[in-house]
Design a protein around this ligand. Structure first.
Ligand code: PRP
Length: 179
């Protein structure tokens, strides 16, 4: 695959508006709660970096990392925590930030893991949501975009660790694939 197979699906301007809208909604709920914002590495790092700069109230930031997909497989039943939290979340208001909810396995695993640590509240913000691929129920409290079942790259999303740096969210088509 090369960059000639990239097509913009969600532009940087559309992303920027969505980030501002999400930040305004999150502010309403969290402005006086000093929340702990937890990004799921690696995919969320670009979104989180933009989002927190629009959260103009006190909050703290942490990251976790889950085991990745093997190529061609799904996350079902294979998830482990590679990089865990190093702070207590007991009694804290927690906002998990994710780039994409696909099967839902990653987020379902993490939300269960975090809820067992007795946070005061636990919410999920996902920039993109691909409901057509869902395998487990996930409640997305703040959602940017519903996306079709296409392979997406850019704005943190990768193909084989590439394209995370693209400012837009693009579809990546294989050569010869129908549009
Ligand atoms: C991607 C993405 C989500 C997860 C979503 O991460 O960033 O975390 O998959 O898929 P799911 O809903 O089917 O669980 P990936 O494991 O590819 O790692 P990355 O964030 O390092 O790219």
């Amino acid at each position: 695959m090369d960059s000639s197979n990239l097509k913009c699906l969600i532009s940087r301007e559309e992303i920027d508006s969505a980030v501002k809208r999400l930040a305004a909604d999150i502010k309403q709920d969290f402005h006086d709660k000093n929340p702990l914002v937890i990004g799921i590495l690696k995919g969320s790092f670009v979104f989180l970096a933009d989002l927190v700069r629009d959260l103009d109230f006190p909050h703290e930031i942490e990251f976790v990392r889950l085991s990745s997909y093997g190529s061609g497989s799904t996350t079902a039943g294979q998830l482990t925590m590679i990089h865990d939290l190093h702070v207590s979340i007991e009694g804290r208001h927690v906002l998990v930030v994710e780039d994409i909810v696909d099967t839902g396995n990653s987020v379902a695993f993490l939300m269960k893991y975090l809820s067992e640590k007795n946070p005061a509240s636990l919410k999920l913000c996902a920039l993109t949501d691909k409901p057509s691929r869902r395998q487990v129920d996930v409640k997305i409290d703040y959602r940017g975009f519903i996306v079709p079942n296409l392979f997406l790259v850019g704005y943190g999303l990768d193909f084989d660790e590439k394209y995370r740096n693209l400012p837009d969210i693009c579809t990546l088509q294989e050569i010869g694939e129908e549009e």
